[in-house]
Design a protein around this ligand. Sequence first.
Ligand code: ADP
Ligand code: ZN
Ligand code: ZN
Length: 839
Amino acid sequence: MESLFSDQDLYPSGSGNNFADIILPVPIPRMFTYSIPHSMQPEINLGARVIVQFGKKKVLTGIIGKVHNKPPQAYQAKPILEVLDDTPSVNPLQIRFWVWMAEYYFCHIGEVMHAALPSGLRLSSESKVQLNPNYDRETSKYPLDDREIMILDALDSKPELSYDDCEKVLSIKSIHPILKSLVKKEAILIFEKVQEKYTPKVETRIRLMPELLASKNALQEVFEALAGKAKQESILLKYLRDVPVLQRPKANSTGLDKATLLEEGDSESSLKTLIKNGIFESFKVVVNRLAEEEPESEPAVLSTSQQAAFEEIKHQFESKQSVLLHGVTGSGKTEIYIQMIREVLDSGSQVLLLLPEIALTTQIVTRLKKVFGSQMGVYHSKYSDNERVEVWNGVLSGRFSFVVGVRSSIFLPFDSLGLIIVDEEHESSYKQFDPAPRFQARDSAIMLAYFHQARTLLGSATPSFESYFNASQGKFGYVELTHRFGDASMPQFHLADMAADKRKNLLKLDTTRILRERIQDALAKQEQVLIFQNRRGYSPYVQCEDCGWTGQCVQCDVSLTYHQFSEELRCHYCGYKEKTPSSCPACGSTQLTTMGMGTERIEESLGLLFPEARIGRMDLDTTRNKHGYQRLLDEFGSGNLDILVGTQMITKGLDFGRVTVVGIWDGDRILNFPDFRAGERAYQQITQVAGRAGRREAQGQVIVQTRDPETQIYAQVIKGDYFEFFNQEIHDRKKFYYPPFVKLVKITTRHTDYKVAEKAALNLHHGMAEIPIKKIVLGPEKGIIARIKNQYQFESLIKLDRSSNTGVIFKENLWKITEELKSRPEFRSVRFVVDVDPS
Ligand code: ADP
Ligand code: ZN
Ligand code: ZN
């Protein structure tokens, strides 16, 4: 990786260089070389946006990725047409990072650019027409017709025309053929007009006319004039209540925003009258979407063991770039992060803290905000584009030296990172599945830190095998916290045997006796309960009791999921939905039952068993909108709910003092997945969800319901011996060639025709088998779901030797093979999706 750039490449400008490689938003795996006109040389900076001609007919906007003196071998370089930015939009470290990402994840740098720029900053396009600078009407060999001449005449007086403009010039609708002909005659160019999509937020504010504050009497007179006009008077009174103009006349200058002024139901038309009569005036201001907040609390004093861990991390950073902080749930990792962040910020460097998707709205952010106030930016996946651009600009301007964000925040324009923290580093949501770049944010963060000469701190109670392995090899530093903060003890586990309870007739609505008893106890003591149900593979569906019919998606080979609330059957892969039938579409029977057990059904069962309990449910359905998740957490946190039923979402970093019982509804469901990571994931998930219990004085109780209590992994989780568990599993990983011992690449071949998909996948397979490197090629196999959105899919799995050279050779050959296949007419619309380090 180091060889990709020399130091000289890092801060070059155009001076003395004649060529620039441009990153363009096209699906071709490389940059494109253009020549730098002499006059432009001083303006050419790495990371600046430029306009170039691409192919014969298109003009595109791209970013300068490299400048150099090597003319392209295969073609004559065209000149850059225009430089858009004086100061680069993207800094050299970012470009270096993009190049690495495209290289490592086998994707196109244009795709990385697309993912990296918030869409508000992306170059949006609108087709425009301009004269071709090389065109000369006098000497051109192509004759023109009347309409074409009219367009060219119009372009003589205006440098560019939109499609609309052209239609107006000719007063006809379909101008495309004419423009196409002009392009062919090399008279015009069609280009994409660049626009900045970002729009600042403007607020309408209202204030008293300044004259009215000049003398005491003026306001008095206004009141007299308004006598009997209750509606207008009410607005004036509200204003005077909210804005202390009488005590502080200056307060009038910022006024009050219109929405607040009218929030008590006053009418807009009365306000208009007041403005018309010169009592109020309205004005507009550009406002920050992100609220300003000052720090309001100090970092906590670390306990002795936290302090020791903190010192040890710093000590290890002297010799290691990355350190794994392995601290049991509730050990107080957050406060250690806070101390680390403080120190790095004080030294003048930037800090990035990565959190898994959903954890962003939780307590940890509130805690950090209290300590760091407005120097901390939050980058959330549910933010609007404009909000994201504001964070982006805040990093650029130095307003945010510290950002807390989801995986995509690794693309923010940091220029001097000192530390990246990846909290819950084992979380699978750090991996982007779709679209490309399919990156792992934890791994990418380590690389990003390397480019910045920064440090990476990975924190988890249940480290990923990759990180634990790296630590065991001495590649990462390793610091452990084995006790919870304060007096809290680790929770006590109970394995509840569902089969045994069933035999003894003790199983009620799928709950074991012990689970019911513990819930009952907790409720009696006014403590809280969390019930966890694994999401994957646990969707309820509707089945006919007579003929066995189940609803199937029309586009995918999957059963439709039953949604009780909306009385619908839905496909979770493509979104297809239909009303739940009242009788079987196959045999007409009305004996339709719900199979499987989703969170909805659990909520219902618990409602029957504990009628007095207030029960909430947290899953994809109840948290679809931006605030749904927060609202449920607030309700639970404030004690308005007794039981919270949820999927993976409730495992993530929640810290509620009154939770004493955690029930795992069906432990076996967590274990049984045909995936080499199944064991690792199960250990992590059970430990994490259990870790929500008993985080203060009272000891937590964890009940795992299972039909197979002898399963070894339960014993290991209960013992909490991660080391032992790891040692056993890692042995198998090595024996069967799985990560971290090999680099895995998954290639999915997709097509609407089963036969075509299969044939293409087989051809790909043979091609890959011949690549002369150390590797294992498995498959192609039908995807776990054979068809999604009408596309059949076949998966090949490649295990590559870890040495970097192997990856490069494999990638180059893979492009050649897929390009060759796609050039055959039969495979033209086949898609090959490449996923490096799939999870
Ligand atoms: P983890 O992330 O390791 O699971 P948390 O950071 O959530 O643990 O800490 C567990 C609990 O202990 C939290 O309620 C936190 O506020 C509290 N805590 C941790 N360290 C301190 C400290 N030094 N002083 C006071 N409270 C602390
Ligand atoms: Zn579907
Ligand atoms: Zn039927």
